[in-house]
Write a protein that binds this ligand. Structure first.
Ligand SMILES: [Zn+2]
Length: 503
């Protein structure tokens, strides 16, 4: 799972190991994500559950706890800040098994490990059935002896002692916020700057972070366990894509260390794919391993930008609202206008390449009033309000406001994609934005645009014919049932996804 791997990046940034893997198996040309929010915290659970966001327990960056599963009824939570117990509670409440559970059923006694830099991605990709979930801790160590707790170490669920110890071993990395590689002082990266070596590897050869950290941890697990599943989520491309924009991020660079830009991040990610394949071959496992390569969303460059471009603005552009322990009440002007013109009826909101808003008064007249305001906001092309398990289209821009390709994509997929997050915990109203338009950061996701939704889905392994490019419109939710079908593992629960035959 290479976070934010837009298919175009593979060619543009010369990801030769990814290309080789694609040629070695089946690469679905028409693959797309197929859900909203098109976000890390949502997709990592979709792809290992076969469930759409509306059925899996949460559907976006905000969660409204309408059933009181985590605390008081209607409690508010930023999902990306939830702990592993909270995610597991939501998953277990819905009662569906995940990939780790199926692997245990098929291969009793084997280990399934989820590993990644981002804790919410790792926790949800693994799920409660994973034997170990290994990610980065908060800043809790002083491995350089400067008297400050600025280093991160391994944390998670059942982190094995060969990874966690001794303290300050290779798996501890400098997470000092001052280690920003120039990204904190350079627009537009400064909205979401680097803060140490969690997301990208850095320069300390004994404590490399980023995607290299993930592979090294995976290799330690491979050294020590009889494993049946490794669920690896790599966050380097995502960080660079958010900071700089994506396909526009080519030399000459506006500033900051070149290693913070996407070409370098893509090279590191690509090298990890090569290392994994080489390791499987060296272990004699390549001909008995099904490799799935995908991403959790695409992305687009924010050519029309409605956020505020300033240091540390990312979270304040993305989030509006407050929960128990976080407060984001400094919105960009367009969201402030929504708040004002609805009479302060915005409880919380998430806006990146789409706007999703939870209202205080959720009556039908209040929802219709909110979408009327949203329909006048910058970059908006269609607005919807929730009616039960679907969203009702309230307004769309005239045909002439859409490019032909955007119009065709929206006509084909807009309703389908917004409906996937229609749950009581989901947003009350949604505004879809034009292509290359964002309220968040320089490169963004979250919405239903083609560039955000088009993703690579590749299967390589024994029995999968090489150099095949199936035309089936596979989605992220179809990955688990397709894996189960290929491995001959029986489904024990209904799923939203469907299993596709591999050639
Ligand atoms: Zn992501």
């Amino acid at each position: 799972m290479l976070d934010q791997l837009r298919p175009e990046f593979i060619d543009r940034f010369d990801m030769v190991n990814v290309e080789r893997l694609m040629r070695s198996g089946a690469s679905f040309d028409q693959a797309y994500l197929g859900h909203m929010g098109s976000e890390t915290v949502v997709s990592h659970n979709v792809m290992t559950s076969g469930m759409l966001p509306k059925h899996m327990g949460w559907s976006d960056e905000w969660y409204r706890d309408t059933e009181g599963l985590l605390g008081p009824v209607d409690g508010r939570y930023v999902t990306g800040s939830m702990g592993v117990d909270q995610f597991d509670t939501l998953i277990e409440d819905k009662g569906y098994p995940k990939l780790a559970d199926y692997l245990h059923a098929a291969f009793p006694g084997t280990a399934v490990a989820a590993i990644g830099q981002k804790n919410y991605a790792t926790y949800t990709m693994g799920g409660p059935g994973a034997d170990m979930r290994i990610t980065f801790s908060s800043r809790a160590y002083d491995c350089d002896g400067d008297g400050g707790l600025t280093w991160r170490g391994p944390t998670g669920v059942n982190v094995p002692s060969y990874i966690s110890g001794p303290e300050c071993n290779r798996f501890y990395v400098d997470g000092d916020k001052a280690l920003d590689y120039g990204t904190l002082t350079t627009s537009p990266a400064w909205m979401y700057p680097l803060e140490g070596n969690r997301d990208l590897p850095g320069n300390d050869p004994d404590h490399l972070g980023g995607d290299i950290w993930v592979t090294d941890a995976a290799f330690s697990v491979m050294d020590n366990e009889d494993w049946s599943g490794l669920l690896l989520t790599y966050g380097g491309i995502d960080k660079a894509g958010h900071m700089w924009g994506g396909l526009n991020d080519v030399p000459p660079y506006p500033g900051a260390d070149p290693q913070t830009h996407i070409a370098a991040a893509a090279k590191v990610a690509d090298e990890q794919v090569g290392r994994l394949v080489d390791r499987l071959r060296a272990d004699g496992l390549l001909d008995e391993t099904l490799i799935v390569l995908t991403t959790d969303h695409g992305q687009q460059t924010s050519r029309r930008f409605f956020g505020v471009d300033g240091p540390g603005r990312g979270n304040y552009n993305w989030y509006y609202g407050a929960d128990e322990d976080e407060t984001y009440l400094d919105p960009q002007p367009q969201i402030q206008r929504l708040i004002n013109r609805t009479g302060d009826n915005v409880e919380m909101s998430m806006q990146d390449s789409a706007i999703r808003t939870w209202l205080v008064d959720r009556s039908m007249p209040a929802k219709k009033q909110a979408v009327r305001v949203m329909s006048t906001m910058g970059g908006v092309r269609a607005t919807y309000y929730r009616v039960g398990d679907r969203y009702q289209l309230a307004w769309r821009a005239p045909r002439s406001w859409f490019k032909t390709s955007a119009w065709q994509w929206w006509r084909q997929h807009g309703q389908e994609i917004v409906d996937t997050e229609a749950a009581p915990y989901g947003p009350d109203v949604i505004a879809l934005l034009a292509d290359n338009t964002s309220y968040g950061v320089a490169g963004d996701h979250g919405g239903a645009q083609r560039a955000v939704q088009r993703i690579p889905i590749v299967f390589s392994g024994p029995g999968v014919r090489a150099r095949t490019r199936p035309g089936a419109p596979i989605r992220s939710v179809d990955i688990l049932p397709t894996v189960l079908r290929e491995l001959g593992i029986k489904r024990t629960h209904w799923m939203d996804g469907r299993g596709y035959p591999l050639p």
